[in-house]
Design a protein around this ligand. Sequence first.
Ligand code: DCS
Length: 284
Amino acid sequence: MGFAILNGEIIERVNAFVDVEDRGYQFGDGVYEVIRVYNGRMFTAKEHLRRFVRSAESICITIPYPTEQLMSLLEKLIQKNSLQQGIIYLQISRGITPRNHAFPVGDVAPTLVAYTKEVDRPVEKLKSGVKTILVEDIRWLRCDIKSLNLLANVLAKQKAAEANCFEAIQYRGRDITEGSSSNIFIVKDSVVITHPSTNLILKGITKDEILRLCTANAIAVVERTFTLEELMQADEAFLSSTTGEVMPIIEIDKKIVKDGVPGPVTRRLQAFFEEEIKSKCGNL
Ligand code: DCS
């Protein structure tokens, strides 16, 4: 798409360059967000920007604009790019300075970039469900920060891609944490179960929406850790993410989940989630 934001200004994307000594590039020293756009409107933008600020604060980066200003800048970017269905990618890094691990001394401005990408809803996959594999969670202990450092996630997703799967589900010890770029839920005896939002996972915006939708619709839900064995014996399983929404899992490591089709609780939650999108962003 034609335009990008670089440090508060909307410029042609081909001119949006960052220096080789940007700390985001060299150290992954920054944080990011992915915000969904439906019908030219951002979905749960406030929640994403709140998490963006929190992630940045937790690594001592201050976003140089008030959230309202950033929000209107992103709205302008959507308009400039005539984006209907897609995403905004937004990142901030600690800025440009001669390479040295410790934070730069003095006033170094952070680098903020954003651009858009057209992305359709994964309609077919949402209907049929997806296959997954299991991988060991080898990430650091601050997975609650949406850090640019995604090496372990990249390696996990690559394993999934090589196995012709949509996602890699990570486990730490015997406990399931989350996908390489998604949260995971299981359903057992009509109870929805997902990992609590601790330092070991990213507190997904979609996850929080789903928790809310469960409560609002009298679906029993609990945030607690669950094991590999519980996952393999679940009645249903699904992933959640900004781009994947409520994505049914039909296979894990070549083993079929229950009947091998998206389960009834998953389908109900998909319907509630779609209603939520429609009420905020219009018909899909
Ligand atoms: N867990 C991880 C590790 C993620 O990277 C993501 C989203 C999630 C959970 C789900 O969070 P949201 O519901 O807030 O999206 N990853 C984004 C990404 O990198 N691309 O798309 C979404």
